[in-house]
Design a protein around this ligand. Sequence first.
Ligand code: NAD
Ligand code: UDP
Length: 317
Amino acid sequence: MKRILVTGGAGFVGSHLCESLLNQGNDVVCLDNFFTGKKEKIIHLLDNKYFELVRQDVTMPYYIEVDEIYNLACPASPVHYQYNPIKTIKTSVMGAINMLGLAKRIKAKILQASTSEVYGDPELHPQPESYWGHVNPIGIRSCYDEGKRCAESLFINYHQQNNVKIKIIRIFNTYGPKMEPDDGRVVSNFIVQALQGNDITIFGDGKQTRSFQYVSDLVEGMTRMMATDDSFTGPINIGNPGEFTMLELASEIINITGTKSKIVYMPLPKDDPTQRQPDITLAREILNGWEPKVQLREGLIQTINYFDELLSNQKEK
Ligand code: NAD
Ligand code: UDP
């Protein structure tokens, strides 16, 4: 049994990760300040004596003895990370410094949840790990993109200077049950709009692309990455290469839900990347046969069922 700290463990991805780590027989400590996370996502785990919840901000030093740290604390939806951009940078940078300092002191292995946003609006397609990216350092997304890029630099430097055992994963757009209805990201927005019969809001002309990964594939990739040889640090892309335009995503959701919602077009936010697709050659090679298993339609059906139940329960209350 390993003792594992998950920062951001009460968020969308973190709550799935905590559950999976507990199911694998680990002792899990979830640290969260509940900025975008919610107790409801992990409340069912509180009865498990191998699960602990700590209300703590990752920008403040925290001490605990664990074998592994998964550092996920950071808002991920543009709406949330742009709400308080200075706090977003602090969370990425000071959070990384605090967690790396802890990992160094207690000799724990530490994994950073980095992002495809480090590639910015990419000029190379699909994106391999060797691509340095195309990021506007002063744009509205920079608090997130540059915060995550700085965190990657901190991770590599703690590894090279202090021999900290690090793992960097670059996560591409991930969706699934336990996203919040007001999360603001495209999959949850379109599904909630479709289920409520509201207009489906496409930003720009809807021809921009994203590659959507179902959350169980991500969690599997994360735990496999943590288990790789200490000499392998990454970065490594974790995503599903299936690439779709936002119009295709909207029409798939309209098709599955049978909604009468209409598509409406809204202004494209500044610096919105035009395309995104992971090159996962490295992950396929290193992560012991890992492969994204859940394709878009199947994952959307699971997520739509989740939101359908959630929204019905909320209506009853
Ligand atoms: P989320 O917003 O649901 O979860 C983030 C969690 O971190 C929340 O529980 C939040 O309360 C917590 N948090 C935020 N600031 C904190 C702070 N200062 N101290 C302690 N806790 C704090 O987002 P998510 O989709 O679950 O993303 C999890 C991680 O994965 C993030 O680091 C994100 O950047 C990364 N990521 C996610 C995606 C994706 O598509 N879901 C893509 C790329 C990277
Ligand atoms: N988007 C959209 N309608 C929405 C929300 C988002 O068309 O209601 C678009 C957004 O402009 C972007 C894509 O969907 O091009 C993915 O947005 P999201 O916020 O999910 O993730 P990110 O831009 O960080 O990849």
